[in-house]
Ligand binder design. Structure first.
Ligand code: CP3
Length: 347
């Protein structure tokens, strides 16, 4: 049984670091596109057999060291009553974005087994089908990222609507963020009960906020969700791309077992800055370097591993893999990690 990921999360000795890729079950795989041709995205998410089929694809095809359950961060707002579409070429869209405090007041609280049972069923089925081959990761979106998506309704460059809501209705914004922290924390606890062995919180839009605003509107709720999730006993990974300036504060506030870093943070700097904290580190190759020739991918991946060192480290990209990356290039990344041996890793 391959438990490299679990050992790395606990900063125990490993023969080599584990490797997986954010968005590893996705459109760059022809086998994913074949399933997607038969079912739309939300049907795949809501049908455990389909979700598990694509969850296992990167494990079978690329031999990554972890499976991440196929779902989306936006299922939590959907469970709170927000109508969601994910259309080809458009991306996710809420039909009625939150515009006023009255819209927030109408949201439902989430009972995970009732409204998110399809993902919990998918986790139970995935654990069975994995048969211990590699650990299974569950995940959820962090409150600030979910709230901004719920207010914007779709992707955005400026976050003007989301920030306007904070500016005009700070008390109601805090109320929404608190409800999301509870919902997300409870969902992650339920995911662990259903078989997730590690869980990751994505605060994908953390980088939109000024430091003082991140400290006011994002970090406390990220920490609330992470601490609630941690009570379930599985390691928690916190990933807040764009907030590399706050690594120490994130480690301190969340109590996370693993801190994810994007490519804007130098590996050595991440290690130095987190040295006083009891955390492992995950990241951080810029996914666009997977467009380079495989030899260059392998070279950059080895340089990343040399810089992070072997222990308490999970090799990953600094963001999700992009849909038009050749599978052979994703494989070059994974293989470079699988072949790497550090002199200190096993110590
Ligand atoms: O990592 C995995 O393989 C697990 C599955 C996963 C998906 N989304 C599947 C997905 C995970 C972990 C996510 C997280 C997610 N979803 C985030 C946070 C991380 C990140 O990548 O920033 C965010 C912001 C979302 C919201 C979301 N869902 C967006 C912005 C999109 C559109 C993406 C795009 O490139 O079109 C989605 C849809 C989505 N979620 C797809 C996948 C595989 C593509 C849907 C399709 O097949 O058409």
């Amino acid at each position: 049984m391959n438990d490299l990921l679990l050992r790395a999360c606990r900063r125990e000795p490993v023969e080599r670091p584990p490797v997986w890729m954010m968005r590893q079950a996705g459109r760059y795989l022809p086998e994913y596109r074949a399933v997607r041709a038969r079912a739309d995205f939300l049907t795949m998410v809501r049908t455990p057999e389909l979700a598990v089929e694509v969850t296992l694809q990167p494990v079978d095809l690329l031999e990554v060291d972890a499976a991440i359950i196929f779902s989306d961060i936006l299922v939590v707002p959907q469970a709170m009553g927000m109508a969601l579409s994910v259309d080809e070429g458009v991306g996710p869209r809420f039909h009625h974005p939150l515009a006023t405090p009255a819209d927030v007041a109408r949201l439902r609280d989430v009972a995970p087994e009732e409204s998110l049972g399809y993902t919990l069923d998918a986790l139970r089925l995935a654990r069975r089908e994995l048969g211990g081959r590699v650990p299974l990761i569950g995940f959820a979106g962090a409150p600030w990222t979910l709230a901004s998506y719920m207010i914007e309704g779709t992707g955005t460059r400026t976050f003007a609507r989301a920030k306007a809501f904070l500016a005009r209705h700070p008390a109601e914004a805090h109320g929404l963020l608190q409800r999301l922290a509870t919902a997300v924390g409870d969902f992650l606890v339920a995911q662990v009960a259903a078989g997730a062995q590690v869980v990751q919180l994505f605060d994908s839009w953390a980088g939109a906020l000024a430091p003082a605003d991140f400290r006011a509107f994002a970090l406390p709720y990220l920490a609330g969700a992470a601490r609630r999730a941690r009570s379930a006993g599985a390691p928690v990974i916190v990933f807040a791309p764009g907030a590399g300036w706050a690594l120490e504060e994130i480690a301190q506030a969340t109590g996370a077992d693993v801190i994810g870093v994007d490519w804007q943070v130098e590996p050595g700097a991440a290690r130095r800055r987190l040295a006083a904290h009891p955390v492992a580190v995950q990241g951080n190759l810029d996914p666009c370097w997977l467009y380079a020739p495989p030899r260059e991918i392998a070279r950059r991946t080895r340089a990343m591993l040399d810089a992070f060192g072997g222990r308490g480290y999970i090799a990953n990209l600094g963001h999700g893999i992009l849909p038009d990356v050749p599978v052979a290039h994703a494989r070059a990344f994974v293989d470079a990690v699988r072949e790497w041996r550090s002199t200190e890793a096993a110590r």
